[in-house]
Design a protein around this ligand. Sequence first.
Ligand code: ADP
Length: 569
Amino acid sequence: MSDPSNEDSPLVIRQQRVLAQFGEVALRSDDLDEILTEACRLVGEALGTDLAKVVELQPNGTTLLVRAGVGWKDGVIGVATIEAGEDTSEGYALKTGEPMVSPDIARETRFRYASFLVENGAKAVANVIIIGGKGRPPFGILQVDSRQPRQFTDNDVAFLRSYANLLAATVDRLRVLGEMRDNETRLRLALEAGELGSFEFDLTTNQVSRSKRYDSIFGYDVAPRMWSHEDVIRHVVPEDREQLESALKTAISEGSEWHVQSRIRRNDDDALRWVEIRTRPDGENHAPTRLVGVIADITARKEAEQALAAANATLEIQVGQRTISLAESNAQLDAFAYTVSHDLRAPLRAMEGFARILLDDFAPKLGKEGARFATRIVNAAKRMEVLIDDLLAFSRVQRSDIALQAIDPSRAFKRAAAELLLQPGREPAKIDLSLPLPFVRADRTILGQVIENLMSNAAKFRREGVPLQIVVRAERRGRHVRIWVEDNGIGIELEHQARIFNVFERLHGQEAYPGTGVGLAIVKAGIERMNGTFGVESTLGHGSKFWFELDAADVDDSASDDRGGKHIG
Ligand code: ADP
């Protein structure tokens, strides 16, 4: 062993030479395993031991894997592991960051050592930590093993520390290099996936270096060797040049990221293409020396945008035209409804009035036959008045302004029931309203008309000799409420059930069941206007169950559309 204080001793000189040699290897190579193995070889040479290794800390933070080494039997490098517990010198070195030396493993009382060390003839060990990059865990430990018990000197340990630090810097350089390569790969894949060309515009030489994709976007199979800013401009259509130039100037003077869309003419086929260029100036203190960027052919997107804009414009014109014709037909309908309500009513009343006068004042002259005809005039006029009223109600349901709000349907049902029970000449009737009914989102007037029509039909189409029975009940169906109006009347054959909701569709003569055939058409139009649904279940001779379904008033729009409700009526 040499004198550590003597800086010119052959050992110290050898160690310094080894450091210099390793520095060269570390700069030359990008292969971590090669560097680590060479590091082990050189450190063995410097310290005169023939065993050395680098153990790498695994992601679990406690296991160390023998990553590289010299002098070891097969089955150690890349295989053997050490658990860096409290009772191991490796664990201690990792925890404290201090070098740990065991001059004689056989006499070591502080630590235990992995069996492969002893099997490989190691008698003494020196551990120095290889730190990690900034904010990272240690890379591992450089271990020098001696086949004889050995007192490593302070000088040896100092050398090992400098050596391990050099190693740490090299390992970190390779890690950063690896990450950069990964990023480059990711960037290349992203550029390929996005079909983006990339370029670098050197402002000092006015030359643009480009990727292959860049050239193919400009329509070049074989890349032009020189490519300057003027070459770019030459391809841009004249109308777009100024915009591109001024955007470029701003980007350079402000040092800010910039993007522009321009039309270019391609080299090969002179085709007009849309491109989008995004670049970012690069350089010191607002004096960029180059622009780096990407370019994409966005023709397909532009064409789609233009087609969409054209389609929207046509659609707007069409909607405008339809709105006008709708307004016209609405105005006509208004005029029609006005005529019906006012102009038709007046002659009708006159007819009815004069026929009554005939009946009252001229009976003797009319004779029996004449009186019969006059009576028929009165009845026909009355019927026509009902028809006019119903038609007007129908037209109002279709076209009146509506205001949907939370409404308790119970009131309209109670009113309708009271009216039915009040009608003279009705034999006993039972009306069961299962109150209270849930609130629904509806227009008050329209809901009232719907209920009135369903209730009066239920009472009207009763069976001879069977006491009338009406049941009104509600059931919750998800965010909707379904209300049933059930009667024990004559019922409706399945084949007619759909058409009775059309205007003027009736299944019976006036004698048996008077009516206009407008009631259910009002129900249909009214429920549809309130965004609801309706229907009927019926068996001929056994009564009918009419229903309508509206939004429940207590749910907001975000509630799920679950229509499988439960019966609460
Ligand atoms: P109206 O009652 O004036 O005849 P509606 O449009 O209200 O006109 O009804 C159309 C037809 O549907 C009725 O003529 C009748 O044949 C049938 N209908 C309606 N409600 C019932 C009911 N509750 N029971 C049996 N048939 C009915």
